[in-house]
Design a protein around this ligand. Structure first.
Ligand SMILES: Nc1ncnc2c1ncn2[C@@H]1O[C@H](COP(=O)(O)OP(=O)(O)O)[C@@H](O)[C@H]1O
Ligand SMILES: [Mg+2]
Length: 278
């Protein structure tokens, strides 16, 4: 006589996810008022006043040496203004206690990776040093950041074994382990081929969309600025020359700005000869 098959054994209790997504934080806004920065006799930023809204992608463009990186370092609180103020959600970014209120991360232009550490250890170093979490929590953060940036196979590699595009992604992943509410990028697409630059641009837009992270991007990549930015600031010789949406930027007629955005190559009157005449 046939008997019914025995009932299946009870399923083991579901294990809790080890890679739970980071808690959604409130994005943060930045208010800059009358910011001036001098190094000795050289004034590098002059009277910059602007607001960056919570959750926006705000791009800062300008020629080399116009003060973009200096401005970003000021927003990150790494350097003090000579005059004027910067407030992030009303707090001074240069005060250490401010960091208890929101997480800020900076993606450095050259990546600033430690060559003697693997990618995994580069990502884990800062959270370990600052005890942002216990070891298991930090490991989960690092694995999550590597996954988001498709770097799982690079975890055991050293920076010297990575391509330029991978290094940029590692630098972004390293910022992500901080679970930032405000993310600052310094030239994230420089020195990359056009396809990798587009990839990084897409990553910046995706991170903003998924985590509502306020994103400040220093770049002179026109494609990046005009495709993913909510607003673009143009800095020239340390002054804020324009603050526009991408559409507004395309409509500007100031010759210095249009020449910066769309430089025409003119072999009849080459720039280097004009420069020599200066
Ligand atoms: N720590 C510093 N000491 C002295 N001068 C600096 C310092 N940092 C930047 N500068 C000067 O400030 C100007 C703007 O630099 P920077 O913000 O790096 O330009 P960029 O727009 O290319 O990022 C440059 O003339 C640079 O030499
Ligand atoms: Mg710079």
């Amino acid at each position: 006589m046939q008997t019914d098959p025995p009932p299946p054994p009870p399923k083991p209790a579901q294990t809790p996810a080890t890679h739970a997504p980071p808690a959604r934080h409130q994005p943060v806004g930045v208010e800059i008022a009358g910011l001036t920065k001098s190094f000795g006799p050289q004034t590098v930023l002059t009277g910059i006043t602007l607001s960056i809204r919570p959750g926006e992608i705000f791009t800062i463009m300008g020629p080399s040496g116009s003060g973009k990186s200096v401005l970003l370092r000021q927003i990150a609180g790494l350097d003090l203004p000579t005059a004027g103020t910067i407030r992030i959600n009303g707090l001074d970014p240069a005060r250490p206690a401010t960091r208890d209120h929101f997480a800020l991360a900076l993606v450095f232009q050259a990546g600033a990776l430690f060559n003697s550490l693997t990618v995994f250890d580069n990502l884990a170093l800062h959270p370990l040093e600052h005890r942002l979490d216990n070891r298991a929590g930090i490991r989960a953060r690092v694995l999550r950041a590597l996954k988001i940036l498709s770097l799982e196979n690079a975890a055991r590699k050293y920076p010297s074994e990575l391509s330029g595009g991978m290094k940029k992604r590692v630098a972004i992943a390293r910022a992500l382990v901080m679970e930032p509410q405000i993310l600052l990028y310094d030239e994230p697409t420089s020195e990359l081929d056009p396809v990798m630059a587009a990839t990084i641009t897409e990553i910046i837009a995706t991170l903003r969309q998924e985590y509502q992270v306020t994103s400040i991007v220093v770049s002179h990549d026109r494609d990046l600025a005009l495709t993913i930015s909510d607003r673009v600031a143009i800095l020239m010789r340390g002054e804020l020359r324009a603050l526009e949406t991408p559409g507004g930027l395309r409509a500007l007629t100031d010759p210095e700005i249009t020449d910066f955005l769309n430089p025409k190559i003119d072999l009849a009157q080459p720039r280097y000869q004009k420069m020599e005449a200066l």
